[in-house]
Design a binder for this molecule. Structure first.
Ligand code: NAD
Ligand code: UD1
Length: 343
C-alpha cells in the first residue's frame, strides 16, 4: 500500500454514492484504517449486496441509508443521527454519451445533489468535503503531462457538471474559509479489489475500454472495436493514464488526512503519471490472464483525444500519496472480479 496512516482514526465519514464502483473500494480502505463509515446511495447504478461485501472484506460494520442525496430531509436525518466529521461525495451520474442525449438529467442530479449536500453540511457545521471530479475538465489539453493549473474546458454535459461543481465549491470556500475542500480529478480508474468481491459491473454494453475488454474475454461480447490506430502515439492507438481503483481509493484516504490537518481548497490529479495505449492494455490483459481478446480497428470515436496522462507531482508532494499498482495488477484484478462473479 502506498498510503498508510498510523494514527487512530475514529472520525465518521459520510460517503455519498458509497455503493458504486469507486465509493465501495474507498469505504473498504477507510474501514481498514478504523474510520467509521456512513453510506447514502439511491442504488440508481449499484446494488445493495455491496454493503455485505464491504462488511465481509473488512469485518467492520457500516451504516447504510438508501435514498437520494438531493433529498434534504433525508440528509438532515442522516446528519442528526450521526455526528459526521467529513463527507466524500461520489454520488452522481457519469456516462458521457448519456449526458449528451439527456443533459437535464445530468445537470439536475449532479448539481442538485451537490447543492443539497453542501447546504445541509453548512447547517450542521460540517465543512470538510472531498469531491469526485474528473480529468475530463481538462478538455483537449495542449501539453502533457497534465498539471492541475492547466486551462479547464469541457466537451460534454457530464464534464460541464464537474466543472460547474468545481466552481461552486471554489465560491463556497471564498465566501467562508473555514471550509476544507479537496477536489480530486481522476484519470481512468480500472481494476478491482484483490478479494474479487467488489469491482466494476456496468449494465449493458460498456462504453469504457476495460469493461469492454473483459466482456470480450468472457465471450459475452464478440469483438472489441479499437477506435483508431492513426493517432500520434506509440502504436497509433489512444493513450490513457489507467489507475487501479484501490490506489484511487487510497488517494481519498490521503485527502481526508489532508482535511484533518489544513483548511483550504485543494485540487489534485489522481493518476499514475504513465500512459498506456489501447493495444498495450489489450496485450497485457491477454498475457496476464492467458485469454484471447478479439479486436478489430475501426474509425476514431468522435471527441476522443490521442493522449491523456497526469502530472502527479502535486498529489505526491502534498498528499504524500502515489499509485503503486501496475498495469498487470489492473488487468488481473479486473478479470478476476468478473470470473468470480459470473452469473
Ligand atoms: P458509480 O455509478 O459506480 O457510483 C456512483 C454511485 O452514486 C452509484 O452507486 C449510484 O447509485 C449513486 N448515486 C447517483 N446519484 C445519486 C443520488 N442523487 N443520490 C444517491 N446516490 C446516487 O460511479 P463511480 O465510477 O464509482 O464514480 C463515482 C464518482 O466519480 C462519480 O461522481 C463520477 O462522476 C466520478 N468519476 C468517475 C470516473 C470513472 O471512470 N469511474 C472518472 C472520473 C470521475
Ligand atoms: C472516458 C470519459 C471520461 C471519463 C473516463 C473514465 C469521454 C470523452 N471521456 O474517458 O470523462 O472520466 O472515460 O471513465 O468519454 N476505446 C476503444 N474501444 C472501446 C472503448 C474505448 O478503443 O470500446 C479507447 C478510446 O478510444 C480511448 C481508450 O480506449 O483511447 C479509453 O477509453 P475510455 O475507457 O472510454 O476512457 P476515456 O475516453 O479516456
Amino acid at each position: 500500500m502506498s498510503y498508510n496512516n498510523c494514527e487512530v482514526n475514529r472520525l465518521k465519514i459520510l460517503v455519498t454514492g458509497g455503493c458504486g464502483y469507486i465509493g465501495n473500494h474507498t469505504c473498504c480502505e477507510l474501514l481498514e484504517r478504523d474510520y467509521e463509515v456512513v453510506i447514502i446511495d439511491n442504488l440508481s447504478n449499484s446494488k445493495v449486496e455491496v454493503i455485505d461485501k464491504i462488511k465481509d472484506i473488512t469485518s467492520k460494520d457500516v451504516r447504510f441509508y438508501k435514498g437520494d442525496v438531493c433529498d434534504k430531509e433525508l440528509l438532515r436525518k442522516v446528519f442528526k443521527e450521526n455526528k459526521i466529521d467529513a463527507v466524500i461525495h461520489f454520488a452522481g451520474y457519469k456516462a458521457v454519451g448519456e449526458s449528451v442525449s439527456m443533459p437535464l438529467k445530468y445537470y439536475r442530479n449532479n448539481l442538485d445533489s451537490t447543492l443539497s449536500l453542501c447546504e445541509i453540511m453548512k447547517e450542521f457545521n460540517c465543512k470538510k468535503l472531498v469531491f469526485s471530479s474528473s480529468a475530463t475538465v481538462y478538455g483537449l489539453p495542449k501539453e502533457l503531462p497534465i498539471k492541475e493549473s492547466f486551462p479547464l474546458s469541457t466537451t460534454n454535459p457530464y464534464g460541464t457538471t464537474k466543472l460547474v461543481i468545481e466552481g461552486i465549491l471554489k465560491d463556497l470556500y471564498k465566501s467562508d474559509n473555514s471550509w476544507s475542500i479537496v477536489i480530486l480529478r481522476y484519470f481512468n480508474p480500472i481494476g478491482a479489489h484483490s478479494s474479487g468481491l467488489i469491482g466494476e459491473d456496468p449494465n449493458g454494453i460498456p462504453n469504457n475500454l476495460m469493461p469492454y475488454i473483459v466482456k470480450v474475454a468472457t465471450k459475452e461480447l464478440e469483438c472489441l472495436s479499437i477506435f483508431g490506430n492513426d493517432y500520434d502515439t506509440v502504436d497509433g492507438t489512444g493513450v490513457r493514464d489507467y489507475i487501479h481503483v484501490v490506489d484511487l481509493a487510497l488517494g481519498h484516504v490521503a485527502a481526508i488526512d489532508k482535511l484533518k490537518k489544513s483548511n483550504g481548497l485543494f485540487t489534485y490529479n489522481l493518476g499514475t503519471g504513465k500512459g498506456y495505449s489501447v493495444l498495450e492494455l489489450v496485450n497485457t490483459f491477454k498475457e496476464v490472464n492467458n485469454v484471447d481478446v478479439n479486436y478489430k480497428i475501426v474509425d476514431r470515436r468522435p471527441g476522443d483525444i490521442a493522449k491523456c496522462y497526469a502530472d502527479t507531482t502535486k498529489a505526491s508532494n502534498e498528499l504524500h500519496w502515489h499509485a503503486t499498482k501496475t498495469i498487470e495488477d489492473m488487468c488481473r484484478d479486473s478479470y478476476n472480479f468478473v470470473i468470480k462473479n459470473r452469473k
